[in-house]
Design a protein around this ligand. Sequence first.
Ligand code: F3S
Length: 399
Amino acid sequence: MYLTEEEQRMLNGDYGQGTQLAMEILAAIGEAYDAPKMVPVTRTHVALSNQEADLWFAEKLANGGAKCRVRPTVNPSFNLKQFQEITTVEKEDEETVMRTHAAYNKLGAIMTYDCTPYLEKNVPRFGEIISFSESSATPFVNSVYGARTNRESAQSALCSAVTGVTPYYGYLLKENRAGQVLVHVEADMEDDFAYQMLGYFAPKKIGFDIPVFEGLKNPSKEALMNLGAQLNTGGNVALYHILGFTPEALTMEEAFQGKAPQHEVVITDDDLKAMREEISDKKGKIDFALYGCPHFTIDQVSTVADLVNGKKLAVPLFIMTSSLTRSLAQKMGYMDIIRAAGGEIVEDTCMDQPCWKFLYGKKGITDSPKCAYYTKRRDMQFVIAPLKDSVIAALKGEY
Ligand code: F3S
């Protein structure tokens, strides 16, 4: 693999052990994928996970003197201050949060703690070569903006942030971005929730192929967030196209780059209904409601506020969002409405974190299959339902 003089210097250790390790890892990935060279990246996002392995790696780079050349935004861990008010945070968990913060800060990351950076603070343009990890973020930046990233891990994206480059292979090349399977969506895509189910179900029919969806009409940004997050949870789809809508698929010719689809599939309402029945817990009493996987937008927060305005929730309701959206919700009065009803908006927090221990063993409701999928290992069960229905259920304590 060809390396420039500067890249070779990084590999030789001229910039310290941390940068050397980052370049060694990227060079190894490049060799594995037959990349001919490295290319510069202009943006990075690291799916910081606030877990042991993530911390070990970030500290190794930081203690080796690494500094990010292309400063990444980062995923949420959990908001220590807020959760110390909500519950008892164990000493060990508190230490992990603080050490993770210190390590990433030392590396020069931008401490956004947000899993939807593509909406607010790290928005790429068409064709921009970037290095993004986070399963809901990569499909959005690739598909909706037409930026170019591979499906990076937290570690490979951090290595790119440190070195400023990424191996040139995969989705960075135009020819690898062509659609492979034509997906006829015959389901009635009536709301954003339908996109959650479409995203979770589609990989069962398409495998690892790049889908071109036909039959989707002007999805909202929330629908697109949902679709990408679930495509990359129910499967490994980091790039999709929507015919006549996403920038690399305005025509069939463009979407498939002049070739015929390798195969075609049909997805119906029955498929989505069966998928929901398979992954959702049974109806009945619920103990809490949890939203924001991916982090809620201000429009989603306002939907919840409208539904609970002047009412009392029967069970606790939590919304996870970015610090910017939470601050907007405060300014716009949504926070007061949700709190008066017995709910809470938490910032900088992911649901796959130990701060939710007080909910382990309980049954919740959510609109996100991704939320339900990741929390299984934490002994949380979820009924999965459309946002409005689930908030109404939280008001009653039952679905
Ligand atoms: Fe965000 Fe955590 Fe879900 S990072 S998308 S809340 S798994």
